[in-house]
Ligand binder design. Structure first.
Ligand SMILES: [Zn+2]
Length: 164
């Protein structure tokens, strides 16, 4: 629990300097869908302040049913309209494939996951696949989507054209 204790200590400092309550609706009306990678501090790297944006993260920044659930809540209840995808170089999901990963989990636990890891090789194509899934969802109010890839070696973000 060493990490947890350090976090509670860090939070005391955060609470001491707390800037105060903000509205629940993101000020910039944007939702970011990103990989959980530990090298992407999304708020500073995208120039976001507290209260500016929703951030939805999972392994790969994959557009799953639950990502759609969060975006639908984000748009219908909380007023966001723009979606920014942030995938990245050197992703953990590029280091396996769906079958090998399911084998690994099954060997370690005796249980084969019913969901695919959604591993990929081409990061640009992975971004385009996410854009296609968002455009195909019937539940969103806005399909204003920008796809990007973050380079973990340089800190630079580049846009991926929706079709290419
Ligand atoms: Zn990743």
């Amino acid at each position: 629990m060493a990490e947890y204790e350090q976090m509670l200590t860090a939070n005391e400092e955060w609470a001491r300097n707390f800037a105060g309550e903000l509205p629940v609706r993101p000020r910039r009306a944007v939702a970011v869908v990103a990989c959980m990678d530990s090298r992407m501090p999304l708020f500073p790297l995208l120039g976001l302040a507290v209260g500016d944006a929703h951030v939805i993260r999972n392994a790969g920044g994959v557009v799953t049913e639950d990502t759609i659930r969060s975006l639908t809540i984000s748009q219908h209840l909380l007023g966001t309209r723009e979606i920014v995808l942030v995938h990245h170089t050197d992703c953990g999901l590029q280091k396996t494939d769906d079958t090998a990963f399911a084998d690994l989990v099954e060997q370690a636990t005796g249980h084969r996951p019913p969901w695919p890891a959604q591993a990929f090789t081409d990061v640009d194509e992975d971004v385009r696949e996410s854009i296609r899934r968002l455009r195909a969802s019937p539940y969103l109010l806005s399909r204003e989507i920008c796809g990007t890839v973050y380079d973990v070696a340089t800190g630079r973000l580049r846009e991926v054209a929706a079709e290419g």
